[in-house]
Design a protein around this ligand. Structure first.
Ligand SMILES: [Zn+2]
Length: 184
């Protein structure tokens, strides 16, 4: 089941990750899939109770509860929400990922003792690249922590590191989007 479902989840979420508010849809998809897997497990073990089924097929361990996991080996099913929202914005004209120093700078930034822990963690997760434009951060760049979903809470899962410039673009886009929907 895990082997069959994983590529579908990866492909589907990668395709939709540039959609506005995709993380909400991903959370909803995780919920629906969990319900479907519960029914699958109940059909498979008609004599067993829900407690037994959940304990056999799901792990509640951090970082994420309700992870569908194999009772036989260590394989786990990916969550839709493991894929992070990617803003579809233009690449900055001046910067080039082929600049030889960029890898050095991104590593240096990540390991820098003055880099705040959240920024350091996010840089590690994003491999030193801005989650918006996809370019490596340079030493001189101002890095800002963005809430992927503005209403999504302060958990690390909802945060990403962006260039100040890219953060600004995203904030303006979000405001436009809300205004079009008549929310403000
Ligand atoms: Zn950027």
């Amino acid at each position: 089941m895990i082997v069959q479902l994983s590529p579908v989840i990866v492909g589907w979420t990668n395709y939709f990750r540039i959609a506005q508010r995709c993380n909400r849809s991903f959370a909803a998809s995780d919920h629906v899939l969990t319900q479907q897997l519960l029914r699958w497990a109940q059909r498979r073990h008609p004599r067993k109770g829900m407690r037994w089924i959940v304990r056999r097929y799901w792990t509640m361990r951090p970082p994420q509860a309700w992870t569908f996991a194999s009772p036989k080996d260590s394989s786990r099913l990916r969550h839709h929400t493991d894929t992070f929202h990617l803003n579809h914005c233009k690449v900055r004209g001046m910067a080039s990922p082929f600049d030889g120093n960029l890898v050095y700078w991104s590593k240096r930034l990540r390991d820098h003792p003055l880099t705040r822990t959240t920024v350091g963690t996010l840089l590690g997760r994003q491999l030193g690249k801005c989650a918006c434009c996809g370019l490596y951060f340079r030493d001189s760049d101002v890095i800002e922590v963005d809430h992927i979903d503005p209403a999504g809470g302060h958990h690390l899962r909802n945060k990403q590191a962006l260039h100040r410039h890219c953060h600004h673009v995203k904030t303006v886009q979000n405001q436009d989007h809300r205004r079009r929907r008549g929310e403000t």
